[in-house]
Design a protein around this ligand. Structure first.
Ligand SMILES: C[S@@+](CC[C@H](N)C(=O)[O-])C[C@H]1O[C@@H](n2cnc3c(N)ncnc32)[C@H](O)[C@@H]1O
Length: 262
């Protein structure tokens, strides 16, 4: 095959792959919107429970570090409540019976605050690198354990098991930067260790682990074909940038939980 034909066929295959990804993402996004629409949650009513002036005051007390990205403007309650309402809806936490929830890398504590409003019991885990989170978790009344998640190291003993372990906008798998600025990430063996640790020590028999990832710097999904295959081999149900895992790797867990509560 000539080099021109090789490049042309490679470009076609690449474009087909992108098209497939786009349609898959678009279809899953549509499905998520439709599901949320069937059980609306009022951000307005949640926001009414939050003293926004106090969040602004906390930000003044703990200003941004130099070079901090403003995407993490966690004092913007309007934005972060709307993000976390979707997280809650996607896991059907607005209508499931009360659950014990552990949120890894809980950050400012919005997710667990909202969980509590819907009757759930939450515990956060975060390394306390960010003084602002110390202030906001206290402000939201969110209990948290100060700890750091490291590759191939068990999580600290928390003395209980959970119905749901979550990690949103996961960062703990990033262990440094390459010279070209790309993140150096956990290997599959590191993920296997972590998933097994959560499954065997922190999940109740019907428990689930939810991992939600940021997009990569170029806008592509965290789930490269290799990572998608790996997480699926661990039993994950992958929807958009989220992977949901049950205790038993042979079980494909569901996002929707049994109805109950309000
Ligand atoms: C992008 S923020 C996400 C915060 C929150 N989960 C959310 O989505 O709003 C990442 C969080 O992970 C925490 N984090 C970073 N490295 C960590 C590690 N090695 N172990 C545990 N948490 C970590 C940070 O402190 C921060 O709270």
């Amino acid at each position: 095959m000539s080099i021109t034909r090789f490049i042309a066929s490679f470009a076609v295959r690449l474009s087909q792959k992108f098209q497939k990804l786009f349609t898959r993402d678009a279809a899953e996004s549509l499905w998520e919107h439709a599901c949320r629409w069937t059980h609306p949650v009022s951000s307005r009513r949640i926001l009414a429970t939050i003293d926004k002036a106090e969040l602004v005051r906390l930000r003044e007390q703990y200003p941004y570090r130099p070079n901090a990205r403003k995407i993490n403007a966690y004092e913007d309650a309007n934005y972060w409540v709307s993000v976390n309402v979707k997280r809650l809806q996607d896991l059907w936490l607005d209508r499931s019976p009360p659950l014990d929830i552990l949120d890894l890398g809980c950050g400012p504590g919005y997710f667990l605050y909202l969980c509590r409003l819907f009757g759930h019991e939450g515990l956060g885990l975060d390394p306390d690198d960010e003084p602002f989170f110390r202030g906001t978790t206290k402000f939201f009344g969110v209990s948290r354990v100060v700890a750091r998640i490291n590759a191939q190291a068990p999580l600290p003993d928390l003395g209980k098991q959970f119905d749901l372990v979550t990690a949103h906008r996961v960062c703990f798998h990033r262990i440094g930067r390459r010279e070209n600025g790309e993140w150096l990430e956990w290997t599959e063996a590191d993920w296997k260790f972590f998933i097994n640790d959560v499954r065997t020590r922190f999940l109740k028999p019907d428990g689930r682990l939810l991992l939600e990832f940021n997009r990569r710097a170029d806008g592509s999904s965290f789930f490269t074909p290799e990572l998608r295959a790996f997480f699926e081999s661990q039993g994950a149900r992958i929807v958009r940038w989220k992977a949901l895992l049950a205790v038993d790797p042979a079980e494909r867990p569901r996002f929707k939980t049994g109805s109950g509560g309000p």
